[in-house]
Write a protein that binds this ligand. Structure first.
Ligand SMILES: N=C(N)NCCC[C@H](NC(=O)CCC(=O)O)C(=O)O
Length: 444
């Protein structure tokens, strides 16, 4: 049977904006108050997704969330009509309004952790939505994320959906951004590498001093248990707290893996040598550890360019390619490194650049925008087929974006009640295009 690694990209929602909501994410803080362009953001994302489909990859899309989130605003005491709720929140608690308007669900690497059927005891693909408790604006995502995942992977014979982990910092879970699956072939059992930032229940363990470590070991272990993974196929490794303090808020800002390749910065992990030995032993197959030294690319350049927030994909030819943001071309050290990388004799042979600047300005690169789901051909056939990218869907979604999205949005526009109507109209139409059913609260 054939096996694939599919990418499900998050569609950028109509309220994409820069509100500086993510302490520890340098781009989010530096670009706070810029005017965003939701239309361009959505189109940049669609273009990347379509390009991967054109390369022969299985590519899907995941619907965005309903924003402004009036349910959360009502839950915290703002009352009246929809317009009154927005207006009161804007006057009395603008920071809370901003949190309830973020389009952050577009970064689907944080939507969930996914374990393919080849790794799980019951032979199903397992999904656990991330609780994202570290950031208010993201902590309101998991319930709807669960609905969208269930509407997209809507077949209980093949797909097992779990509830998100308890909403407490002990279980801080950021999903696939801190999880990499290593394997020889996508359809063979692999090693699931869980990267955590801190141990919540061990007061003596090292952790960052300045910025939060969003993922805990306890959360990663819980996901591994839920997903029915064998101990022999899991490795838990701690992210270097010093790099978290330099803006590496998720592991996918400092390392990325694909099949038997782990591409990483030398400062990415604690105890890397011992953990890499454990990976080698558990893999039972040749591994390529592609290390980037600080002398080649500094942490600062890695964070600015998102060299490691690239996607490494295996093309139908068997060759691996790196999908990089154009920001990597604009950084001299990183561009020089990537030009050299494809000549080094590693499995990575090509680099392709995509402009995802609207997302990058909020700290989301190509890898943040996608959730990886390794599947066999039966499982791909069991996915909601209306979510899979092809020429017709690409055309349809571009028309949909043109019809509903603004080309300018500032933080002060978030109090505009018209935005509620625009957003709901767009999402209602989207659920029809993708045949998702009623995944949003306003549809129930
Ligand atoms: N690395 C991965 N996988 N994802 C990137 C997520 C970026 C996101 N930015 C934001 O949420 C910024 C929103 C704002 O400031 O308006 C975050 O920090 O959670």
């Amino acid at each position: 049977m054939k096996h694939f690694e599919a990418n499900f990209d998050g569609l950028v929602g109509p309220t994409h904006n820069y509100a500086g909501l993510s302490f520890g994410n340098v781009a989010s803080l530096n670009n706070a108050t810029l005017t965003s362009n939701p239309k361009a953001a959505a189109k940049q994302g669609l273009q990347k997704a379509k390009s991967l489909a054109d390369l022969g990859m299985v590519q899907g899309v995941l619907a965005p969330q309903e924003r402004p989130d009036l349910y959360t605003l009502r839950r915290i005491g703002f009352s009246g009509s929809d317009a009154e709720v927005l207006q009161k929140a804007a006057q009395q608690a603008p920071a809370l309004l901003n949190a309830c308007c973020s389009a952050s669900s577009m970064w689907t690497a944080n939507a969930a952790t996914v374990s393919p059927s080849a790794d799980t005891r019951d032979g199903k693909v397992h999904f656990t939505p991330a609780n994202l408790v570290d950031k208010l604006h993201r902590s309101i995502e998991p319930i709807t994320t669960g609905h969208i995942l269930q509407a997209t992977f809507n077949n209980s014979r093949h797909f097992k959906h779990h509830q998100h982990l308890p909403e407490h910092t002990s279980f801080g879970d950021e999903g696939a951004a801190n999880h990499t699956r290593l394997c020889s072939e996508y359809g063979h059992a692999g090693v699931e590498l869980f990267v955590y930032g801190q141990e919540a229940t061990n007061p003596n363990a090292v952790k960052p001093k300045k910025y939060p470590a969003r993922q805990t070991l306890e959360a990663s272990q819980a996901v591994a248990r839920l997903h029915q993974l064998e101990d022999e196929s899991c490795v838990f490794i701690q992210q270097n707290p010093d790099v978290i303090d330099q803006g590496v808020f998720h592991n996918d800002v400092i390392s990325v893996g694909n099949q038997n390749v782990l591409f990483y910065h030398e400062q990415a992990f604690l105890n890397a040598d011992a953990k890499f030995d454990e990976i080698r032993r558990k893999m039972n197959a040749e591994m390529h550890f592609v290390k980037v030294a600080t002398s080649q690319v500094s942490i600062d350049d890695a964070v600015r360019s998102y060299l490691f927030n690239t996607q490494i994909i295996t093309l139908p030819s068997g060759e691996m390619a790196i999908i990089a943001p154009t920001n990597c071309q604009e950084n001299p050290a990183v561009f020089a490194y990537l030009n050299e990388l494809v000549t080094l004799g590693t499995p990575i042979k090509q680099v392709r650049y995509y402009d995802v600047k609207q997302s990058m300005q909020n700290g989301g690169g190509p890898a943040c925008l996608r959730l990886r789901v390794a599947m066999n051909e039966q499982e791909v056939a069991a996915v909601n087929q209306n979510t899979l990218m092809n020429n017709a869907l690409f055309t349809r979604l571009n028309i949909w974006v043109d019809k509903h999205y603004r080309d300018q949005l500032t933080v002060s526009d978030l109090a505009d009640p018209q935005l509620i109507i625009e957003s709901r109209t767009a999402l209602d139409e989207l659920t029809q295009i993708l045949k998702l059913g009623s995944v949003y609260q306003f549809q129930k």
